[in-house]
Design a protein. Structure first.
Length: 292
């Protein structure tokens, strides 16, 4: 199914079409909703609510992830015709990492209940950090992870088509494209640390947690090409995400005293995201009109 998303990439023109990206994004969202219908009829209404709420959380957090990927591509000056390959392997790696994180997280909460408070506190801290952290210039060359990769692998000074590795003068070299894939995988690892505890607050069912993650991630590549260039319209999204993370963190911390119904969680998440996106669009429209 992941290969279907290759339709976003026009092989003849070697360009990504926004129309195709929007079409595939709609397709993946439709598929996620279709799977939710399956969950509803086979596992019941409660599981369907859990899946849908988890999907909304993961999808909204993945949008923030996309903006980071845009910065990474821009920093390393990755040509447009190579980006689809980087995202393909990045998403594939994310799917593997997520199942490991989810199975470990569910098992830990089942066996060590006190960790629910640790996860809850961590989400509250992360939400507050989202609200207070200032935008800083991106300098990935000074990033410890990038420095480590450069020490492990000899890296060519420029791209060599869409190859990750090449052999020159009897020596194996990694290309900057491989470095970009590794940075994106590392970024997703950081996002997984935030998103997995968040969805575990909604459900402790491994099947529900993983499938909601899978369907949120599968459309990530087409969503990237649909959103690239219009990130300015999501200025206040991070504040909405911060509010959601704080809400979910509180939900986890008070779970033993009062269990907030999934329906209320879903309503809060949808309302918060809607307000954040709408505010971003209104502010951007106002700024554009002022410039005129």
């Amino acid at each position: 199914m992941l290969i279907l998303d290759l339709g976003v990439f026009n092989r003849k023109s070697k360009q990504i079409t926004v129309k195709a990206a929007l079409g595939w994004t709609a397709f993946w969202v439709f598929l996620a909703f279709l799977f939710n219908v399956f969950v509803y009829f086979h596992l019941g209404e409660q599981k369907a609510f859990e899946y849908f709420t988890g999907y909304i959380i993961e999808k909204s957090l993945s949008v923030d992830n996309i903006f980071v990927i845009i910065l990474i591509f821009s920093y390393f000056k990755v040509p447009a015709e190579y980006q689809h390959k980087v995202l393909f392997w990045g998403i594939l790696g994310a799917l593997v990492m997520r199942i490991i994180f989810i199975l470990a997280g569910v098992e830990l909460i089942h066996n060590f209940h006190f960790l629910i408070y640790v996860f809850g506190g961590f989400l509250i801290f992360t939400g507050i950090r989202f609200l207070t952290q200032k935008e800083a210039p991106v300098n990935l060359d000074s990033n410890p992870f990038v420095k480590f990769l450069r020490k492990i692998f000899p890296i060519t000074p420029d791209f060599r088509a869409d190859n990750f590795f090449i052999r020159e003068n009897g020596k194996l070299w990694a290309t900057p494209l491989f470095l970009v894939v590794m940075v994106i995988e590392g970024t997703d690892l950081v996002f997984a640390v935030d998103s997995i505890p968040a969805i575990l607050a909604i459900s402790d069912d491994s099947f529900i947690v993983y499938t909601s993650n899978v369907f949120a991630i599968l459309g990530l590549r087409s969503l990237y090409f649909a959103l690239a260039g219009i990130e300015k319209y999501f200025t206040y999204l991070k504040y909405g995400l911060a509010a959601i993370l704080i809400f979910i963190g509180v939900k986890m911390c008070i779970a033993d005293l009062y269990k907030i119904p999934v329906e209320i969680s879903l309503a809060f998440i949808v309302l918060t995201l809607s307000v954040a996106v709408l505010a971003s669009m209104v502010i951007q429209a106002t700024q554009n009109s002022d410039k005129k």
